[in-house]
Design a protein around this ligand. Sequence first.
Ligand SMILES: [Zn+2]
Length: 484
Amino acid sequence: MSGEQELGITESKEHNPGDWYAEVVQKAKLADYAPMGGFIVTRPRGYALWAAIKDNLDGWFKETGAQNAYFPMFIPEGYLEREKDIVEGFDPEVAWVTHGGYDELEERLAVRPTSESIIAPFMAKWVRSYRDLPLRLNQWNSVVRWEATETKPFFRTKEFLWQEGHTAHASESGAWEEMTLRLDQYQRLYEDVLAIPVLRGRKPEHDKFPGADTTTTVEALMPDGKTVQGGTSHYLGQSFADAFDISFVDEDEDERIAHTTSWGLSWRSIGALIMTHSDDQGLVLPPTVAQEQVVIVPIWQEDTKETVLQYASEIAAELQDAGIRVKLDDRDERNPGFKFNEWELKGVPVRLEIGPNEVDDEEVTVVHRPDGETITDDRGDIVESLRDHLDEVYAKLYAAAEENLEENIREASSRNEILGTIGQHGGYVKAPWCGDEACETEVKEQIHAEVVMVPFDEDEEPIGETCAVCGDEAETTAYFAKSY
Ligand SMILES: [Zn+2]
């Protein structure tokens, strides 16, 4: 097999999205499969994407009062059991440590499936007075959920990277604002950093985080018609505070129970990023998260090599000084065509081609990764024009994703219409719904689509008077979709 063939993507995104995705992840060097089923190894190029996501979110969290902390990865069984809702919700997926060396432990330790039950007792300890509130903690860590499904890097793995925020507030309104603020930040991450428009809403009652009062979500529609739950933010009410005794003395010296929230966003966002923008040539990245925003590929013959490389190096230095992440690919052993393919595969947003003609005319040839659009620019205003090109690439990616979203929200008023519409087109189907899980189950059993969200606004009238499935009175509008 030649180098060229090894480099290229052989699967089709349109016809075989699962295999295509796995091939892009491996060939773009984002991740590899670990020896244990359900685990992956994140390679530097994949971790760089997570670092970019993390840096953005972490900055926003800190600006809005959250502080990072770190709690143990093991949770004593007794702690998990203090909140029955959590343990019942996660029990089948919990991995347990039963031995330390040769000795059986007196109490089993859970590998955290989420950290509410180890964080809440410390919140209880640290919160004494209303002056200690709000308390906002966040941790960047990994959690383990032992699901027996096929491994799909960043989408389905037993261990995954995420952040989990945990806050305590004096009032319901304070906690509710917190939940909304974090959901806003998740939406901002998708729309302003990952170039993916999202819908926001609530999870139906039966699909809330165990023990939560309200679970909110941002949902992103993938080109294959399935939705990705992009991040969730929960108002936990007082159930956790009650179970773990997070109470405080208020201004009137009365003892009161706090209101808590939790919110999490995982590396599934990387999966959504890859799936949304990439194509049959490989990865496509928005400039916001790309490790290299611009790659310069010089094109020379022996007699022009020196002048071309000199010109290309000067441009690279100028861009770098301006804070643009640029890579000059001056490798001798590879020809320009090979380099084009390789950087396309790795998703670099903009390519500059520089040969003797560009040197003579004091120009550069600029190519946009998403659509191959080719433009000739003057050498003179290179920094400014490159900034514009990077913005244009971002805008192109966002527009394509937005078009996919807008074209794939449909309505249905009967069970058969829900089944038929999702079966034929995928995407979201809005239908009036009574709120009963049994009606969702009927749809789920037929085509594996479920209610992925209901509108956030409680006051919004359902789009029809009767449930599309059972005919009882409709309570809300449900968004049915197949889900990752
Ligand atoms: Zn119904």
